[in-house]
Structures are given as C-alpha cells and as structure tokens.
Design a protein around this ligand. Sequence first.
Ligand SMILES: [Zn+2]
Length: 453
Amino acid sequence: MVNSFDLLSSRGMARSRPPRSPPLVPALALVLALTASPIAARVHVQSLPADAGRPAGQGVGGEDYQGHQVLKVFVADNGTLDLLRSFEGNPDVDFWTPASGLNPTVDVLVAPDVGRRLKEELTRSGASYTVNIEDVQLLVGRSGHPLTWTAYHSADDHHQYMDFIEQNYKGLCETFSIGTSTEGRDLRGVKCGLGKREVWIDGGIHAREWVSPAVVSCLIREYSQRSVNHQDLLRKHTIYMLPILNPDGYEYTRSGGSAYRRRRFWRKTRSRNPGSSCIGADPNRNFDAHWGETGSSMDPCSDIYAGSRPFSEPETRALRDFLLGRVHAMKMYISFHSYSQMLFVPYAFSKERPADYKELLRVAKAGEKAIRRTSGKAYRVGQASQLLYEAAGGSDDWAKSKAGIKYSFTFELRDKGRQGFLLSASQIEDTCTEIVAAVDTMITTSAEQDDKA
Ligand SMILES: [Zn+2]
C-alpha cells in the first residue's frame, strides 16, 4: 500500500517548481488590454514574442508570492476530489499535500487569480476550506530581487532587479546593454512598452548623486510592475531606462572602508589619464556639444575635467552610439542628476535657445506642475545656463543639438541642499512619486504635440 507520505514526497519532487509570480498578472493584463483593440492587436502579432505574458522560466530570484495563499480544503466526497484534481497541471497551483483521497484535507498553494476561482467553485459545490497562509510572500520574506527603495543599492543589486523584471514581464519589458565601462561593468538598462515613439531615460552619470539611479529604477518598477496604471502610454511608447551610466564611479563612492568619506563625493568616471596621476573625466562635460568650452576644465585633476577629447570615455561613447542608432524613433531624452530641484531645458553651454525652446519649456512646465500637484515640492524650470551655470559638453545639449532628439531635459532631483548628495534614503519613495508624475506628464504632453504636427 502506498502511504500518503510517499505520495507527498514524490508529488513534492515532481512539482518542486514554484507556481508563477503575481507580477505577471499586470504584464499579462496589459498585453491582453493591448490585444483588445485592432490596432494594438497588430502590434501584438508583430512585436510580441510567442510567449508574451506567459510564465517566465525559472531563474535568479524570479519568484514572487505576493497575494499567494495556501488553502486547506476539507474533502467531503469524490466531488471535492474531482474539483481539486481539475486544477492539477495548472502552473499557478501547487498541491502541498496530495488530492489522493487518503487524507481528509488537502493543502494547496494558489496564485491570487486562480485562488479566487478555486474558492468560488469550492463554495458553489458545498465544500469547505480554510486559509492556512494568508499571504505566502510575507512568510517567504523576499521579493525575488534585492532592490528596495528604502536604501541605496549596489550596481549589482540594480542588475539583479533588471533580471527579475525581464523574467517576469516578458512581452512588455526586456533588458538591454549599450556597452561596458572602463572597469568592465555592463552598462545595462530595461526597456518597457510596445510603442513606436521612444523615450530615453538615464541616471547615475555623476557618481555621488545616489538618488538618481534609485529614481530611474523606480521608473523601471513603474513601467513594469505598475504597468496597469500606464497602459495607454506603454501602448504608444517604448521607454529605455538606464539607471547607472557611470557604474565605476558609483561603485567607487560606495567603497573604500576608511577611505569612504573621501570617496563618497567622487563625481567623475574612473578612467586613467595619460601623463597624470589624476583619475577620470566628468562624463557630463565629455559630450561633443561645444566640448571644452565654458564651465569645463582641461585639467585632469579637476572635477569638471572635459576629458582628453569629446567622447574619450567609454560610457559616453556607448550612450552616443546607442542613441545615434535610434534617432529615427527617439523623441525624448531625460537625464537625472542631483541635487537642487530643477528641471533644465537646453541649452546649458550658453544662454542661446533652441528654435523650439517655447515648446520644450511648455513640456517642462507641465512636468513641474505635476510634481507640485503630487508632492508640493517646487522645482525651478529653465535653462541651466540661466538657473545654475553655463556648462558645455553635457549630454542633454548633445542629445538636442547633435542627435536631434527634440525633447531633451535634465532633472536635478531633491533636495535643495539640506542633505545634498547625502539625501536620506527615506526620501527615495517620495522623490519617485513626484518624478513618475512628471515623466508621465512630460511624455504625454510632448506626444500630443507630435500628434498635431
Ligand atoms: Zn550631476
């Protein structure tokens, strides 16, 4: 005779793969919503992989059990057994004890949607159950990736988060790489959306501005895990988000033990400068937009060293090459820095204004208004050359004047100097909330104008 323990363990082995993660649900909902309209259905057919919205393969930290429950079902008769067995093979159901009829109860782990259905059917059939574990995630105690928005994290944590998003939001988001840094770190990002109109967002150009990578990762979270709130936008756009453009500098600010205090405020890249013992160039002075002119230095020891030539740094070169390869579709460039709560419109190299300055200012002001509405924080809007200082060789000026990306902006995030580069991690979420509102508004506001043109 087969005892229930043998059944249990053999079942356990056979079904050791955990059930699917709930983050799929929003992604799937979006994909389904997209396919609901005839236009989007074409997009679906053309650009979504065959497994779009399907459960992702098992991988590094891919599991997430938010809202998953374990039910204890009381087996009253064969009808209950048949009902339970009809759920066998469902990837969102995992029998912790077998529906063999040998035990008076069956424990079963269910994902939120299928759990609701199972409970309804059990009730309808007159069977009874209790909820043994209300939210499995709380007991598992981890979210499938190490990133949080209550602390500042390593480049590696950010990369693990990107893997998590790619694995759980197939058909909506995927990772991309634009190259490698001087020290060989991957310049990685995530793109989300199914639209033809493209938007570029980067952070972490300056090493010590820690809130910048945190906020860009927040935008990744927003356009993947919270995509249900942005369906229209994601149907029309593809948003490229790269949190740490200068990972060598970023890791340097996080390292150093007793040297930490000295390293924490590093700003530049970590490349060697021939003929100098000083390290690195200012990546935001290294772009070929009035390179080497005002507000930059030719001294390798300076914090605003422009580099030995335009695009001397592999990080800026990688961004240049990637953006130039996508100029046909790329309509917006946004770069995140900190601090001082400002939103810059080109140009920074001088007080000269682009011909469409008024239109750019309109979009920026809509973003600023969204921030004020959301958090009440004040961000000043205008040219960097007017509000802060003239600085040549910046990424936003290059994106606008050389790559021809119409809408080009730079944010200086929180705060206004009370904590400065040491902005408390407890402010990350609030900063995220206001910036999500701003970016969303700026993308839609600029798209309206495109539609008219
Ligand atoms: Zn900066």
